[in-house]
Design a protein around this ligand. Sequence first.
Ligand code: AMP
Length: 586
Amino acid sequence: MNPFIELGIRHDIVNAITELGFEAPTPIQEQAVPVLLAGSNDFVGLAQTGTGKTAAFGLPLLELLDFSQKYPQALILCPTRELCLQISKDIEKYAKNLPDVHVVAVYGGASIGDQLRQIRRGVQIVVATPGRMLDIIGRKAIDFSNVRYVVLDEADEMLNMGFQEDINNILSTTPDEKKTWLFSATMPAEVRRIAKNYMTDPFELTMGTKNTGNANIDHHYYVIRARDKYAAFKRIVDSNPEIFGIVFCRTKIETQEIAESLIKDGYNADALHGDLSQQQRDKVMKRYRERSLQLLIATDVAARGIDVNDVTHVINYSLPDELENYTHRSGRTARAGKTGISISLVNLKELGKIRQIEKVIGKPFVKMEVPRGEAVVEKQLFAMINKVNEVEVNDNQIDAYLPKIMESFSELSKEEIVKRFAALEFNRFLEYYENAPDLNVDPSEGRGGSDRRGKSERFGRDGYKSDYTRLFINLGSVDDFSRGDILGYICNNTRISGKAIGKIDLKGVYTFFEVENAAVDKVFSGFQNVDFNGRTVRVENAGEGRGGERRSRSFRNGGESGSRRKREHGGGFRDFSGKRREKSRW
Ligand code: AMP
């Protein structure tokens, strides 16, 4: 017998969910459905997103409501528009074979007129975000006097978003005898209080241990310097060619900036945050769902309720302000029994937060090394070779062109042809990662980390060599550069090989470095119009005598702007630190 039938769900519904691919109940469905079907209990379910919660309460509602009546009997409150739409659509799908089931999604940012019309026509299930719901109640456009079940979905998130008072007001319009079913990924004191205030002796169900994250998620972290974050992030993405990920940032500005940089660097990425219009957000989500985007860069709030299966990685570009949000973020991967990886990029000061999260999720993080340039290049190469092996060839279409193609290649050996195709796709990575520095910070070596990339081989020379020119750059240790960093920074901007750089003399607000004479022009042209944290980067010839004069002048100027910059930007490259919320739990 179908296991859902055994749980007490009727055939018409089971047929519909079988079409959705539900073969057997998920653990929460198995345990919650029989309790909720009895219809006589308040209920608290501690469950992560992606565990099948929606069906756990949606299926019992379809069994319990009287669809011959056309007034609201169930109210489902959830934190975001996306989740609201998802729940209402899911319930409609489960109810596909049932007559007269009417579900309305009530949420802000869309025409209230349409929603009011649907309500007037008669609905039994209202799925709503608190703000718009209250608006409609205020217009006396809905009657909740016959509501029998209230579901509070993602209760912790609704409270995080400040909906406590709205929820109180909405619930006060529903009858005292109704049953309340509360679902939450975490159980902070505020949620406990709601359970206490609104429920009588609720049936409590905890999936796994309290607050525990989904067991199918592996948690990784990388220790890097703040200014290397973007470069390290790109390496991680590049070494996962098949990535389909959500990247979490702390602020809208950071979200936008990272997305823009990624787009500029040739990635299929876009931003999702609250400053976008509803239409823009829908468009981004549509592209992500269709997989024309590989990376969705999002804020916590905007990503609430995103239900996209097969997300391979969640990347915490910045850790969330509130510890609880980590679980929400990582829950966007490993949905519906799949596996997934949640990655956090942290600096040394944030290691304590990783330890705190470990306590909450009850699972250790694995420390990972930012892949070296060569490793990334190799990953990309073999991903491409895989693609070539697996590509579907449409013989009919290609055959017509084949003689001409063969003719154009007639001079080349098989090996030459393979090399050229590989190079075509591949040059971007080869060039980018040539001489790419090691971006890992070794926690055992204290703040600032080590320059593990062969100091002796590159920096150990004594004295200046005559085939080198000594240059000055207005960046130094106050900008959080180590000698290794400045080497990487110069190579990245000028595309010259690290081998062309000689001794590096790192000072507070400036640095002298030697460059092979042949590469000097490249350095000057590479640093034309380059900005560092809003300041123009200046490179000058530091010839003896003149260099001394320039040095003292630069020191004064650079010193002032350097310290001011530190105050304004925290000194970090791409360290767009967001404002912390007062209620921070760290
Ligand atoms: P939810 O936690 O409700 O957001 O569900 C997460 C995902 O799991 C959704 O894509 C559901 O369609 C899917 N799902 C829920 N229940 C089952 C089930 N019993 N079998 C297979 N997939 C399911």
